[in-house]
Design a protein around this ligand. Structure first.
Ligand code: SF4
Length: 511
């Protein structure tokens, strides 16, 4: 029997993009059962990582930690019946990369070094990790994991700065890419977000406690108040409930990859160096700091009830569905979602088009995660275990199917097949994002250039390949209308225009 390898792509729609991690941190004035609180926070962020879960907390002057593969409810459940009084803790949920599921890559990482005991949880991807790591290895560093998270700890340990705080600020100035870090050192919790704000990180408070989490859904579960984003480029230091905020150094200038047509001919390869042009500000002007929030957080990754980058995820997705409907002329009897990530957009499409919303597909939530398998037949089995058509709702109907994105097209093909078998008369696939064509350097695993169906085929060709009657993508212009401050987002996997310097092709060393 083949081994199951867990994968998030099919589990939440069709994206086949694997996302990254979720982090939570709590500083309390009084001792509380910290692991239990962290458990609940991580449980709310389970959708951001299901391969491993871990937590670290400070107890009697020492950092205690526990990491395990698996979901929060199994990996950390013993903490619900134990008492571990503590004032400080951080936690982490993680997806593995390239099918790895190694405990050594689970977080938080805890080390003892010249600066004392440090614990670190990371969400993101350090895009210049190769260069930094090569230098550290040549100077004698030995890495225990294959994540780039460990890199920051090596850099802090080797820093000549005398204090942990100064060493951290110095090292953050050398790191590029997408990162949200939570660190514990002595009695202090540090929360850091990269200057572009690629990934979300929010903070809030309640009676005698300050809390950080990747998404507001975790803080809402704690009924925290005063919720705000940790600003891009901000480092927040918390001791008890005393909060200090400081700005990180400004980021470097952006580099753009060649335009899509030339990039399509010469895509970045596994270890290639990407050449780009450095965007300059007009003489005499001072540019507002560039933001680059990952648009896929709103399209697919984040939970619908979270507020991410200033917009409730559900409302952003609903608007995407409305915009899709406004540019669509297809005649159909029902609109259905690929659950769960297509749900909000399907509602929006239905409202805007007047076509009734139906539950045409149900999702088995009890599988945990769908698996990917090496053969097409096994992948198809994965979709059939996860998604089930509601025959009576579909039979004889012209169906608009709303999904978040189209990556390889293999899952969509299987969904179309399921719907045809259930008797759908016509199937029109609508995607809440433009075609995905470029790699991500900021923590998202995107298949290779050749595997991305939109690099091979136009929408008509895709429809033929997946055997749908039609396929239509949300345009870039319409997508930008679904978010506040559209210039503050990263769209690089659609456009190839990267907001930061990129040298090496993406490597999977993210959290
Ligand atoms: Fe998100 Fe795409 Fe930018 Fe990566 S390249 S950060 S997936 S928008």
């Amino acid at each position: 029997m083949a081994a199951f390898v867990f994968h998030s792509g099919v589990a939440d729609g069709n994206s086949s993009l694997r996302h990254h991690c979720g982090i939570v941190g709590i500083s309390s004035r009084e001792e509380v059962n910290m692991p239990e609180l962290l458990f609940y926070g991580l449980f709310s962020l389970q959708h951001r990582g299901q391969e491993s879960a871990g937590l670290a907390y400070r107890r009697q002057g020492k950092i205690k930690s526990y990491r395990s593969v698996g979901m929060v409810s199994t990996a950390l459940s013993h903490y619900l019946s134990e008492s571990h009084p503590s004032k400080l803790g951080i936690g982490h949920v993680r997806y593995s990369t390239h099918g790895t599921n190694k405990l050594e890559n689970a977080q938080p990482i805890v080390v003892s070094c010249s600066k004392g005991e440090i614990s670190l949880a990371h969400n993101g991807n350090i895009s210049n990790s190769e260069i930094l790591q090569e230098r550290l290895i040549s100077e004698g560093s030995i890495f225990q994991s294959t994540t780039d998270t460990e890199l920051l700890l090596h850099m802090i340990a080797r820093s000549r700065q005398s204090s942990f705080h100064e060493a951290l600020v110095e090292c953050l100035g050398l790191i590029e890419g997408a990162y949200c870090f939570l660190l514990m050192h002595e009695d202090t919790l540090y929360a850091v977000r990269d200057p572009y704000g690629f990934r979300p990180l929010v903070m809030g408070s309640r009676d005698g406690q300050v809390m950080f989490a990747s998404e507001t859904c975790a803080l809402n579960m704690f009924q925290a108040g005063d919720i705000r984003e940790v600003e891009p480029g901000e480092m927040v230091t918390v001791e008890g409930t005393r909060i200090i905020s400081e700005k990180l150094p400004a980021p470097r200038e952006p580099v753009h990859l060649p335009k899509p047509d030339t990039a399509a001919q010469n895509p970045p390869t596994a270890r290639s160096t990407v050449q780009g042009t450095v965007a300059q500000n007009p003489p005499g002007t001072v540019a507002r700091p560039r933001r680059a929030h990952c648009i896929f957080e709103l399209i697919y990754f984040a939970r619908p009830d979270s507020e991410v980058f200033g917009r409730t995820v559900h409302m952003a997705r609903k608007k995407m569905g409305e915009m899709l409907a406004r540019s669509d002329t297809v005649k159909a009897d029902i609109v259905i979602a690929v659950p769960d990530s297509g749900n909000s957009a399907a509602l929006g499409y239905s409202h805007a088009s007047g076509i009734p919303l139906e539950q045409g597909l149900t999702r088995n939530h009890y599988m945990g995660r769908t698996f990917i398998q090496p053969t097409p037949a096994m992948r198809e089995a994965g979709v059939r275990m996860k998604l089930h058509p509601v025959r009576e709702a579909i039979a004889g109907k012209r169906v608009v199917v709303i999904d978040d994105s189209l990556v390889r097209g293999t899952t969509s093909r299987q969904i179309v097949k399921l719907l045809r078998e259930a008797g759908a008369r016509e199937i029109h696939l609508r995607l809440c994002s433009p075609p995905v064509r470029y790699p991500c350097f900021y923590g998202i695993d995107i298949p290779t250039h050749e595997e991305l169906i939109s690099n091979r085929l136009d929408p008509e060709g895709i429809a033929r390949e997946i055997e749908a009657d039609s396929v239509q993508f949300l345009s870039m212009d319409d997508l930008r209308q679904c978010v506040p401050n559209p210039g503050d987002f990263c769209y690089a996997c659609f456009s190839g225009e990267y907001p930061t310097p990129v040298r090496d092709a993406p490597v999977s060393k993210k959290c």
